[in-house]
Write a protein that binds this ligand. Structure first.
Ligand code: DGL
Length: 273
């Protein structure tokens, strides 16, 4: 059996979007090995029922657990929102991390008594996990949430900037931009795909507009604080290695995934859940 310190950290998502979380994790923990699974055959999770997402999440996590990981990061916001407790219970004592709590923590800390807008998938918005996590930390906040399915589609197409992106963002933020009566003070990116739109979003919000909070970055920071602790030993030196698994479309994963990961993708192993 692999010694815990030398084992990789498992990361899973419904597809390629979670590579934005992996990118942040690798930047925060450059010495760690990562094993990533994208369930591309069953994407999107964001329009499916909580029961289905939970079942898929348990199956996806099982593959990683069977290969020997020392921690699991649920990069998918939709799965974090509905399946985190089920995963934590089923795979205990494996440390399991979701993206919702760290994202909410950072947005609540920044937002005072302001108005926070959560941009996410339909299921994440409907389940209300971000809304609850934000209000639990700051009951004085006004929390708004908008499902943005078009942004997932645009990101998957590799369109991260340009007129279509600006149109979609302007529409999703209608009435909440600086100068509007409903202007928000922060925007929380509650979906794996949305960090790629950060430059376009910040341009629309303007210099004095809302602060953008990226749950990928805050999750990476939360994990980095835990690595090296008693239940999660750190890797022992050397540059971290990366292995990638997908359930469908290895070629597309390599081609489009590089824009989410921010570096070329060497190889992708196809697996069946
Ligand atoms: N990974 C999903 C999330 O972060 C977005 C894509 C999907 O709907 O599966 O919510």
């Amino acid at each position: 059996m692999t010694e815990p310190a030398a084992a990789p950290i498992g990361v899973f998502d419904s597809g390629m979007g979670g590579l934005t979380v992996l990118r942040a994790l690798r930047a925060a923990l450059p010495g760690e090995d990562f094993l990533y699974l994208g369930d591309t055959a069953r994407l999107p999770y964001g329009t499916k029922s909580p029961d289905t997402v939970q079942r898929y999440a348990v199956q996806a996590a099982r593959i990683l657990v069977e290969r020997g990981i020392k921690a699991l990061v649920v990069a998918c916001n939709t799965a974090s929102a509905v399946a985190l407790d089920a995963l934590t219970e089923r795979y205990a004592p494996l440390p399991v991390f979701g993206v919702v709590e760290p994202g909410a923590e950072a947005a609540a800390a920044l937002s005072g008594r302001g108005r926070v807008l959560v941009l996410a998938t339909e299921s994440t918005v409907r389940g209300g996990a971000y809304q609850r996590a934000l209000l639990a930390r700051r009951p004085g906040l006004t929390v708004l949430a908008r499902p943005c399915p078009l942004l997932v589609a645009l990101a998957e197409e590799g369109r991260h900037a340009g007129p279509l992106v600006d149109l979609a963002l302007a529409d999703y933020l209608r009435g909440m931009l600086p100068g509007d009566r409903g202007a928000v003070s922060s925007v929380l990116l509650g979906c794996t795909h949305f960090p790629v739109f950060r430059p376009a979003l910040e341009a629309i919000l303007g210099r004095d507009g809302a602060t953008v909070v990226d749950s990928a970055e805050t999750t990476a920071a939360a994990l980095a604080r835990r690595v090296g602790g008693a239940d999660l030993p750190a890797a022992r030196g050397g540059a971290g290695r990366l292995s990638l698994l997908a359930t469908d479309g290895a070629e597309r994963f390599r081609r489009v995934g590089r824009y989410f990961l921010g570096e070329p993708i060497p190889s992708v192993e196809l697996v069946d859940l």
